[in-house]
Design a protein around this ligand. Structure first.
Ligand code: FEO
Ligand code: CA
Ligand code: CA
Length: 698
């Protein structure tokens, strides 16, 4: 279908998870990744071991930062005027001080809400003065001919037309002023909560397995604003021409240098150019040309038969967290019982066709989603798009695993405003980089306790190491296609820095600095602590701030610092950018990030290891309030907070409440949560607004 719609984003700053995660979440979301051996057994050094002449370069790099105009991601590729003012040669960050962009005339966020306290309520709790409503929940009709949700009589056919399970990334695209399209990822299914009497994939009915396949993927639904408020609701009548379900069965195609390679060919697709479905789509991003990027994360858990693959395939499978000793890993959903492509002993390449960034056009329900091989294959948490100063498209992406890496793709071609045909091919060719972080303090001062080194900051410089550019590999012994399909193995060889589970990465629309959430890594020992991952047994995670050289997202060098080391502020291993810890909210396991229009960082958590519910927090990253973390909302029992998305008008925040009630022992007959409707828990997207129309958080 042609696309006559206005292809620009809502006036929004779109954008978009463990610690003590419940064992049920571990089983269903990640296939018990954390119970397995660390997938990264490379002897790639921790950076404390490769400390180099950091200090000598520091001055030169610092002089160049924050020089220019930021072009924000978001479908309007909005140039933010404030960014031009953000340049402040006197700024102290990264590395403490007041952070990047602390300068005269710079709009620091004015956050004025009363924080929500830690709690374990089975409710979405918002601050005084705010209201919330569910926008769309698991099972709500998406396609106009979808049947009403019936928990005890669910079918795969119905599910394929209804809102899927476990919503994660959300983005919003305008349809005029008071209408919009909402894109939502459906990361995974929790069969224990979806079906009465479910025990495992072995005894599941085939219909249950097919329902699960249909509950993965994503949804596009039309919303309308309620009056002039910040409240949005689902459009439930009329044609809803854009509404669409994407599932684990939707036809997709590959682009980029690995498309058509032998590594992607299977019996069903001898061309290596077409694939059915997407799996475990966690976070994502939006492009400046108005499409969604949705990211396949823990795809490894859906396959069986890893013990039956050719010996030559085993090292790569192990590196991607697939057992090569068991026929059926415990907790497996057994998708292979309805579709043998999930059996690696029969179709060893099928798994290579998952783990990609997928681009989808929300304005064209007939469009074929595209998996972009140029962006590499790993457990992509998200994909945040921005522009380099010269107009090339830059995509940041974390690989969510313990000791995994942070990546960046830079397109070969440049963004051309209004030229969709051209822009839509920009992610097909470019350079894929992996990050190396080097600290500027002596190794002896980074002891894993979280104690700051003598220079007062966990900070240093870094570089983006090229892995592959178009058809050219920079990794000895690997072809371009091999680098893209086995990106983890390639990154192991070039000295990338092993991080504490890199999750969401976002760019501040005001200052241009880039922020990465590092959820946690309780496996890091004191000897493995380094300045960018400075706390051993890191249960609560931290946030990294990256300022690219020249504030240019296309740069290959950067400076970085750690403004936030999470936890209970009474815990001496925590750090809130130097802010008075008696005035901050406890925070644990940062996962998804977003910015408001004033450049405040919003942090959603997954796996709160402090014993209370997960939530959404706001933290200024500039000015005197830098580091002042305040909790804005909490989600119901067992849930994690996803999204989040703050609309550009600042009036609404959307959060995806993922896996409410996912607590071991819970079943449909004994639910741990009854949110949102007092019945079975249903993963849902909710919107929060201020009763008197104030901007979120103000
Ligand atoms: Fe799906 Fe990394 O959270
Ligand atoms: Ca996440
Ligand atoms: Ca330092």
């Amino acid at each position: 279908m042609a696309n006559p719609s206005p292809r620009r984003s809502l006036p929004l700053l779109s954008v978009p998870r463990t610690g003590v995660r419940d064992p049920m979440t571990c089983r269903f979301r990640c296939g018990n990744n954390c119970a397995h051996e660390i997938a990264n057994t490379s002897d790639n050094p921790y950076f404390g071991d490769i400390l180099t002449a950091a200090l000598s370069r520091r001055g030169a790099l610092r002089a160049g930062v924050l020089g220019g105009m930021v072009v924000s991601f978001g479908a309007t590729a909005l140039a933010t005027p404030a960014a031009a003012q953000a340049a402040d040669p006197g700024h102290k960050g990264p590395g403490g001080g007041h952070g990047p962009g602390h300068g005269k005339g710079h709009a620091h966020g004015r956050l004025g809400f009363t924080p929500v306290g830690p709690n374990t309520k089975d409710a979405l709790v918002v601050p005084e003065g705010y209201e919330s409503a569910v926008v769309v929940r698991w099972g709500d009709p998406v396609l106009p001919d979808a049947p009403a949700f019936d928990f005890d009589n669910q079918t795969a056919e119905a599910q394929a037309k209804q809102f899927g399970y476990n919503c994660d990334f959300v983005s919003l695209f305008p349809l005029g002023r008071d209408r919009a399209l909402l894109w939502v990822n459906h990361e995974y299914t929790d069969e224990n909560l979806m079906f009465r009497g479910y025990t495992d994939g072995e005894s599941a009915t085939e219909e249950q397995i097919k329902i699960a396949l249909a509950a993965h993927g994503g949804s596009i639904v039309e919303l309308r604003r309620v009056g002039r408020s910040g409240r949005w609701e689902l459009v439930t009548t009329g044609r809803r021409r854009y509404n669409r379900r994407i599932t684990a069965e939707t036809e997709m195609r590959f682009t980029g240098p690995a498309a058509g390679s032998d590594l992607l060919k299977t019996a069903a697709d001898p061309t290596g150019r077409r694939v059915r479905g997407m799996l475990n789509n966690c976070a994502g991003g939006v492009t400046p040309w108005g499409t969604v990027l949705t990211c396949e994360e823990n795809f490894n858990q859906y396959f069986v038969g890893g013990n039956g693959v050719p010996e030559a395939n085993k090292p790569a499978l192990n590196r991607y967290g697939v057992s090569t000793t068991q026929a059926v890993p415990s907790g497996n959903r057994r998708f292979d019982r309805v579709d043998e492509r999930f059996d690696l002993s029969k179709h060893p390449n099928e798994i290579n066709r998952f783990g990609w960034v997928v681009e989808i056009d929300p304005f064209d329900p007939d469009s074929v989603p595209v998996k972009h091989t140029a962006l590499g294959r790993f457990a992509h948490e998200g994909a945040t798009t921005t522009l380099a100063k010269d107009g090339r498209v830059v995509v940041y992406s974390g690989d969510d695993g313990r000791f995994e890496y942070i990546y960046k793709f830079v397109s070969k071609g440049r963004f051309r405003r209004g030229d969709d045909r051209h822009n839509r091919r920009l992610l097909e060719e470019g350079t894929l980089y992996v990050a190396r972080f080097t600290g500027d303090s002596p190794k002896g001062e980074i002891d894993g306790s979280g104690r700051l080194p003598r220079d007062g900051a966990f900070d240093g410089h870094g570089e983006w190491i090229p892995l592959v550019s178009g058809d050219r590999s920079f990794v000895p012994g690997m072809s371009a296609a091999e680098v893209l399909v086995f990106t983890r193995l390639a990154a192991d060889k070039v000295g990338a820095t092993k991080m504490d589970r890199p999750e969401d990465i976002e760019r501040n629309p005001v200052t241009g600095a880039v922020y990465a959430a590092l959820t946690n890594n309780s496996n890091r020992t004191p000897a493995q602590a380094d300045e960018a991952n400075p706390r051993a047994y890191n249960k609560h995670g931290h946030v990294l701030e990256i300022v690219e050289q020249g504030n240019d997202a296309g740069a290959t060098r950067f400076r970085w610092s750690v403004p936030l080391v999470c936890g209970d502020p009474a815990d001496p291993s925590t750090y809130f950018a130097g802010y008075d810890k008696s005035k901050v909210s406890p925070i644990s396991c940062p996962d998804n990030l977003a910015f408001d229009g004033d450049g405040n960082l919003w942090i959603a958590t997954d796996g709160n290891a402090l014993g209370s519910n997960d939530g959404l927090f706001a933290m200024p990253v500039s000015g005197p309030e830098r580091g002042r973390v305040r909790q804005f909302l909490t989600v119901p029992r067992g849930a994690e907070t996803c999204g989040p998305l703050i609309t550009e008008d600042g009036l609404s925040v959307f959060v995806a409440v993922q896996h409410p009630g996912e607590i071991s022992g819970a079943t449909p007959d004994s639910p741990a949560s009854r949110w949102p409707d007092g019945d079975q828990p249903r993963p849902s997207v909710a919107v929060v607004w201020h009763r008197r129309g104030k901007k979120i958080g103000s």
